[in-house]
Design a protein around this ligand. Structure first.
Ligand SMILES: N#Cc1c(-c2ccc3ccn(Cc4ccc(CN5CCCC5)cc4)c3c2)n[nH]c1N
Length: 279
């Protein structure tokens, strides 16, 4: 999978370089390009925003820099690749505009497959809420492009223009308001990329996670068995795998019923044992 992120704060995305995602990049499981939107501005002041038509508070991100940035990413995606994929985190804000655009061209060209339109994800408080199902769907994409807005958002005509060139997906990460799309993009990138085979060391650990099958996860414990008067549940020390599996399933049902009854309502495959655990 290839991921490109466009932002006026490319350094925000540095965190993606750490831990498992950084390792996946080093292993070639993932290519990541981060691009400074200001490198695609067309004036000496590198202007990315202006006042909203119709009045109102705040500023709106201008369309042209976004179109130029997205066109570069698209053109590079369509061109035959030659250079090895490189993670360019942290370089975006150092390159001069011409170098940055050309670098985006060359860097993005190298790995993006021709198959399928890139998916353009536009974080927005007005988007449908991103969830594990969305993460699983996006994990199958060849190329994800994240457009990180700031101010009051991006001129709507960018999304209208992008419709023919991308599969456009406005997306919210929850019912609260952030200051921009960078944190939301990192949340979605982490949730998606951890599902790519090989990124998480032990794929079994994906099996019983919260939301994987509609239930929250069970409580977890590690040594010591007795800690400050708090004991590990006996069943987990029993070695009885069937009893442990039942206990864990029961705890997942109880926790989901208590914390997220809305999720439980969606489940239609509860068996008799499940219903007994909930009574
Ligand atoms: N994902 C996600 C998000 C975001 C998010 C994502 C991207 C951007 C780009 C800019 N902002 C800030 C902002 C601030 C106020 C408003 C409302 N205004 C009223 C009149 C016109 C807009 C719109 C955006 C963003 C916020 N917030 N919460 C989520 N779950």
């Amino acid at each position: 999978m290839r991921i490109d992120v466009v932002s006026i704060f490319p350094e925000y995305l540095e965190g993606l370089r750490l831990s498992l995602i950084g390792k996946a990049i080093d292993q070639g499981l993932l290519e990541l390009g981060v691009h400074d939107l200001r490198a695609f501005t067309v004036d000496r002041h590198r202007t990315v925003d202006d006042t909203p038509y119709g009045g109102g508070a705040g500023m709106v991100m201008k369309a042209e820099p976004w179109a130029l940035a997205l066109e570069r990413i698209l053109d590079a995606a369509a061109a035959p690749g030659s250079l090895a994929p490189r993670d360019r985190l942290g370089e975006a804000d150092e390159a001069a505009p011409a170098d940055e655009a050309a670098a985006a061209d060359a860097e993005t060209a190298d790995a993006v497959t021709a198959a399928g339109k890139p998916v353009l994800i536009v974080p927005s408080p007005a988007g449908p809420v991103f969830d594990q199902r969305t993460a699983e769907e996006l994990a199958h994409a060849d190329h994800l492009v994240f457009a990180c807005g700031r101010y009051e958002g991006i001129d709507q005509r960018v999304l209208d223009w992008a419709q023919e060139r991308f599969e456009c997906r406005p997306m919210s990460i929850g019912d609260y308001v952030l200051n921009g799309g960078e944190v939301a993009s990192m949340v979605m990138i982490e949730a998606v990329t951890r599902l790519i085979p090989g990124v998480i060391g032990n794929p079994e650990s994906l099996a019983e996670e919260s939301h994987e099958d509609g239930l929250l996860e069970y409580p977890i414990y590690t040594k010591p068995a007795s800690w400050r008067g708090h004991e590990v549940p006996e069943v987990l020390l029993s070695g009885n795998h069937q009893a442990i599996a039942r206990w864990r399933r029961d705890r997942r049902l109880e926790r989901t019923a208590e914390v997220r009854p809305d999720l439980l309502a969606r489940l239609d495959d509860l068996d008799r044992g499940d219903r007994e655990a909930l009574d």
